[in-house]
Design a protein around this ligand. Structure first.
Ligand code: C2E
Ligand code: SIN
Ligand code: SIN
Ligand code: FE
Ligand code: FE
Length: 375
């Protein structure tokens, strides 16, 4: 496939400043790493009149370079020493190539897969404030009549990289903190489960059911992702419930049930002091997942919209899973009985909007149940 492209001129100094100014504010206020990468790539592409521009980030731990080209698309990863970008990063040096197919560093496989024809390439590595390599800017196919990248392009891309380095560093740091929070939260959820002799699959199922419900009531993918992380944490407070109650083989006495109910407040107290938004969401879910739509739940007896939507969703996910699973105190219920229960409890225990979303998309929930079955 041959690309028909309009020929462009290099930007004048005035135009260059205009491009930088128009991106500067957006870049400075962008905290989301993948959106930032795309903004920076767009800025680089405009600055040097390239057809494509990609910002590659070095992942030291896995010795890979990764990037993201569009929303919803998974990140792309390549070994950190491969190709032109790998060469540039490994050697801490810029690379210009006028004809990629004449250069042994170029990996033609990428073109073969995309049908794109790479001709000229410029690639410059960039560093963080401590002088460590963070990744590289790579632009492909100069769109001016000369068709090749120049020393000026190198200067502009270097400028763009240094201009945006701070924002990028900040976004990468908060990305890392977020990844760490997710890991901590997930292991805490698993600790809660281990204590009550359940498999890790309960955690995974509740996470996936919650995500599905959130999406089906129109929540954004970002928020549904947050819920996927925090919903399996709802029972973290069970770590403080004595074994004699938690794993009692029969029905709880009233006193024992009162002790059991404290897992909501204990979980909330464990999580509430963090200001991090993931932790705050987890705290709300731990606190409110046994509240009921009609106000007869615990610990506070709040009702309707006063119960946070994350907790209302987790309640449906948790009870659907609890009923279908064997517990020390009860056998697993058959699906018919579970569905009858949800119909009866719609508007009583559960938010009716969520019960509808659940029943209308039952096949998807059953697929999750099947793929994370307890062995
Ligand atoms: P869990 O076993 O994970 O159950 C979570 C929720 O699912 C329950 O919250 C309840 O809303 C629903 N659920 C589970 N099994 C049944 C059932 O057989 N019938 C009905 N109608 N609903 C059911 P709940 O009741 O607030 O219980 C919270 C936790 O307290 C339970 O988590 C479990 O760990 C413990 N628990 C509750 N009842 C008993 C019991 O009789 N014996 C023992 N050993 N533990 C119990
Ligand atoms: C490479 O660096 O060899 C890959 C070039 C591309 O992204 O097309
Ligand atoms: C557990 O006991 O940790 C799982 C039960 C639940 O999620 O309510
Ligand atoms: Fe619970
Ligand atoms: Fe649970």
């Amino acid at each position: 496939m041959v690309m028909q492209q309009t020929i462009k001129d290099d930007l004048t100094p005035e135009q260059t400043l205009k491009v930088i100014f128009s991106y500067a504010a957006k870049i400075a206020s962008e905290k989301q790493l993948d959106r930032l990468l795309m903004l920076m790539a767009d800025m680089g592409r405009e600055l040097i009149s390239a057809d494509r521009c990609t910002l590659w980030i070095l992942d030291q731990k896995n010795n890979e370079l990764w990037t993201r080209v569009a929303h919803g698309v998974d990140e792309i990863r390549v070994p950190a020493q491969k190709g032109v970008v790998g060469y540039s990063v490994q050697n801490h040096a810029p690379v210009y190539i006028d004809d990629a197919y004449q250069d042994p560093r170029f990996n033609q496989e990428v073109d073969r897969q995309t049908g794109y024809r790479t001709k000229s390439i410029i690639c410059i590595p960039f560093e963080n404030s401590e002088g460590q390599i963070m990744g590289a800017y790579q632009a492909i196919n100069k769109r001016t009549s000369s068709g090749v990248f120049t020393q000026k392009d190198l200067e502009y891309l270097t400028l763009a990289a240094s201009y945006t380095g701070k924002s990028l560093e900040a976004a990468m740091l908060s990305n890392e903190i977020e990844e760490t929070q997710k890991e901590i939260i997930f292991s805490m959820g698993e600790i809660g489960e281990t204590r009550s002799k359940e498999t890790g699959n309960h955690v995974k199922r509740v996470a996936e059911y919650s995500y599905l419900l959130a999406r089906h009531i129109g929540m954004s993918d970002e928020e549904a992702e947050l819920l996927r992380i925090v919903s399996p944490m709802h029972d973290i407070g069970k770590v403080a419930i004595p074994d004699s109650v938690l794993n009692k083989a029969g029905k709880l006495t009233d006193e024992e049930y009162d002790i059991m109910k404290r897992h909501t407040i204990i979980g909330y107290n464990l999580l509430k002091n963090s200001h991090r938004h993931i932790m705050r969401a987890a705290a709300v879910v731990a606190h409110e997942h046994h509240e009921k739509w009609n106000g007869t739940g615990y610990p506070r007896g709040i009702a309707g919209d006063d119960i946070h939507i994350y907790a209302r969703i987790t309640a449906v996910a948790d009870v659907f899973d609890a009923l279908g699973s064997e517990r020390v105190y009860k056998p697993a219920w058959q699906l018919d009985r579970i569905l009858d229960f949800f119909q009866e409890e719609s508007g009583r225990h559960f938010d009716p909007v969520l019960v509808d979303a659940f029943l209308e998309n039952l096949d998807e929930f059953l697929m999750i149940r099947d793929s994370y079955r307890d062995l």
